[in-house]
Design a protein around this ligand. Structure first.
Ligand SMILES: [Zn+2]
Ligand SMILES: [Zn+2]
Length: 326
């Protein structure tokens, strides 16, 4: 095992770097040991590379597969929960996950776009007819994603015990509806999943059937974690860092800036979410779809936030939704 891929960040707490076949190219998972028991937080994607790296790391730190007594997920995304089915089979460990994340995992990555999804894309100005072919999420993700049904549904404020470790579950909805960070009370360590990242801002998108105001949820979750006393943050992407409050405020400021930028765009003229996204994120119609779609969903999260504040309104014209300043 390459030493650089596993690092003991505190006594019995190991960060393991696993490969991803896309950007960001690494996801960090956490192994914890206390009183002869082991727990794993997040799994990486379901590829041979990633699984081999994880098993090698477990061997390196002296965690036999049969000794894993908890497998805890921060959220349902493929880089966090993709290998859960195989790991459950290999280790027999009970799986812990928030109910909303389990629900999301069951309808993640459909093979076909539903009529509802297509209507949603068109209404929001995504020029589907201009794209040769839009692969469904399922085509891209199906190989990487093999989720399992959890054995235990975790909820906000619950404390899981592992030997002497007290692992507090802190629900931090926003990036996903049931995202949770884990707070190790004695060590003052926060395992942050995708809620708090040092270099990039977590994606916050609006989707049909999802929460009505995901950006409000996310910003509230950034406030919430600031109430904790934290000495070290273990993010899922990027290096460990210390000042969680500083980073939470930076992320909130980033969204504040985006909100004002988008308000300026719709003040000039009514626009669809796609057209606002093009201006705010600076992509054009020939750009990669992996940029255009998430940017549009993220833009929608901002527009819906302002619509619920009353600063902008939405109007339907010729089956498209336009946003304008109120
Ligand atoms: Zn994620
Ligand atoms: Zn992630």
């Amino acid at each position: 095992m390459n030493e650089s891929k596993v690092r003991e960040v505190a006594a019995g707490i190991y960060v393991v770097h696993l490969p991803l076949p896309m950007k960001p190219t690494i996801v960090n998972v956490t192994l914890m040991r206390s009183g002869g028991e082991w727990a794993l937080v997040d799994t990486g994607v379901n590829t041979e590379d990633s699984l081999a790296a994880l098993l090698a790391a477990m061997e390196h730190v002296g965690c036999p597969v049969g000794k894993l007594s908890k497998l805890i997920a921060t959220h349902h995304h493929p880089d966090h929960f993709g290998a859960s089915r195989r790991l459950k089979e290999l280790t027999g460990a009970p799986v812990y996950m928030h109910a909303l994340e389990y629900e999301a995992s069951t309808h993640y990555a459909p093979q076909e776009h539903s009529d509802e999804a297509i209507r949603f894309f068109l209404q929001n100005g995504i020029p589907l007819q201009r794209f040769a072919r839009v692969p469904s999420a399922g085509e891209f993700w199906s190989q990487l994603y093999a989720p399992v049904q959890p054995d235990h549904l975790i909820s906000d404020g619950e404390v899981l015990r592992l030997g002497d470790l007290e692992i507090e579950i802190v629900a931090t909805p926003g990036h996903t509806p049931g995202h949770c960070v884990l707070y190790l009370r004695r060590q003052k360590i926060m395992i942050a999943g995708d809620h708090l990242l040092p270099k990039i801002t977590p994606h916050v998108g609006f989707f049909p059937g999802g929460p009505e105001n995901p950006l409000a949820d996310f910003l509230e979750s950034q406030q919430k974690i600031q109430r904790y006393d934290v000495e070290m943050v273990l993010p899922a992407h990027g290096g460990t860092f210390a000042d969680h409050r500083y980073r939470a405020r930076q992320i909130a400021q980033h969204h504040d800036y985006r909100l004002r930028e988008m308000l300026d765009v719709v003040r000039r003229a009514p626009h669809t979410a796609y057209d606002v996204a093009r201006q705010a994120f600076g992509f054009d119609i020939d750009g990669p779809l992996q940029v255009q779609f998430p940017a549009t969903f993220e833009t929608l999260a901002h527009l819906e936030y302002m619509r619920q504040q009353g600063t902008i309104v939405r109007e339907e014209r010729e089956e498209k939704l336009y946003y304008r300043a109120a």
